[in-house]
Design a protein around this ligand. Structure first.
Ligand code: SF4
Length: 328
């Protein structure tokens, strides 16, 4: 990785905003750079406290931590703004300044049968997207960026829980190229029916995601069946500000109407240890990050379904409706 922490932008913003104390949030892969980043704040005589909590996505805004340490600014690295919060937050998106050309060249062989590419990228590659588009156009392809829908910050930008921007262009493209990681491309493969290719520069791989969709969808149907049979259901809401989707009352009402015992559980982050103690729960419905239920299902001993999947189990939506909407 050749990460650029956008130091000039950061220093300019800090000089303008003049915070005394900041809470610094770093994604998991960037926490190793904490000492380099700390120096920027030290040089400006700003007290920086690094959050030790997980920061998987821009939905994790450390509002409560910031208040607890009496910070006057949150500096959130590695993600673009996802939600508006009532607290000053400075987003530093972090660029990866790798030369992408070798991977783009390698991708051409996999893309040889496709003329129009739907392109989505993780935020670290945003600065390079005009070059990526030019590269494919110079090689005879047409490129369409995924739409800016939901919480994504830019046209083409991808986040792990929002694929409606890809679905919006699906009819116009022959395949999708995801410039990002396996997490993003798995979500895309689950959500769209056109072929999906991942350009993963960190693992030096161009991956055809064929087969992923069928495998995951089959597993999801099994979990939905488990909720249909469940007597005792635990509905989990997370306390992270960006993962509060406000649907727990609705789902509790529907579960009770369907004759199930339902309890509401709140936690800051799911873990196997925490769920294990809810011994008599037959199935969980997870209303926070939908990717936990889908990607991490093998970690948990009890089935976990998403909000959309719960609606299928309760007969409120058909499986085809969910496929049309996108399962994430
Ligand atoms: S809710 Fe999940 S997928 Fe969406 S931004 Fe947060 S961690 Fe990523």
């Amino acid at each position: 990785m050749t990460l650029n922490f956008e130091t000039d932008y950061l220093i300019k913003e800090l000089k303008e905003r003049k915070p005394k104390k900041v809470l610094v949030q770093l994604p998991e892969g960037v926490k190793q750079n904490a000492f380099d980043i700390a120096k920027i704040f030290q040089d400006l005589d700003i007290e920086a406290v690094f959050s030790g909590e997980t920061c998987w996505g821009a939905c994790s805004v450390g509002l409560e931590e910031a208040k607890a340490i009496e910070a006057d600014l949150i500096v959130h690295f590695g993600h673009a703004e996802f939600i508006k919060v009532d607290f000053p937050v400075l987003y530093v998106e972090v660029r990866d300044e790798l030369d992408l050309k070798p991977w783009l060249e390698k991708s051409l062989e996999k893309l040889k049968d496709y003329n129009t590419i739907g392109l989505s990228y993780s935020i670290q590659h945003r600065h390079d997207i005009p070059n990526v588009i030019k590269f494919y156009e110079d090689n005879g392809k047409k490129v369409i960026l995924s739409d800016k829908k939901g919480n994504v910050a830019y046209e083409g930008h991808i986040v792990g829980c929002q694929y409606s921007g890809l679905k919006a262009i699906e009819d116009k493209v022959d395949c999708f190229v995801i410039l990002g990681n396996n997490f993003h491309s798995m979500g895309a493969a689950m959500s769209v029916e056109k072929p999906v290719f991942l350009i993963d520069v960190y693992n030096d791989k161009i991956t055809d995601m064929a087969g992923v969709r069928d495998k995951i969808l089959k597993q999801r149907i099994i979990s939905i069946e488990k909720l249909k049979d469940a007597k005792n259901v635990g509905v989990i809401t997370e306390t992270k500000i960006g993962q509060k989707f406000g649907v727990h009352e609705l789902i509790l009402k529907k579960l009770r109407k369907a004759g199930k015992n339902a309890i509401l559980i709140t936690m800051d982050e799911l873990s196997t240890d925490k769920l294990m103690n809810f011994y008599y729960v037959d199935c969980f419905i997870e209303l926070a990050c939908p990717r936990i239920a889908i990607d991490d299902f093998a970690k948990y001993s009890k089935p976990i379904v998403t909000f959309k999947e719960a609606l299928v189990a309760l007969g409120e939506k058909s499986w085809d409706d969910i496929l049309r909407m996108g399962i994430v």
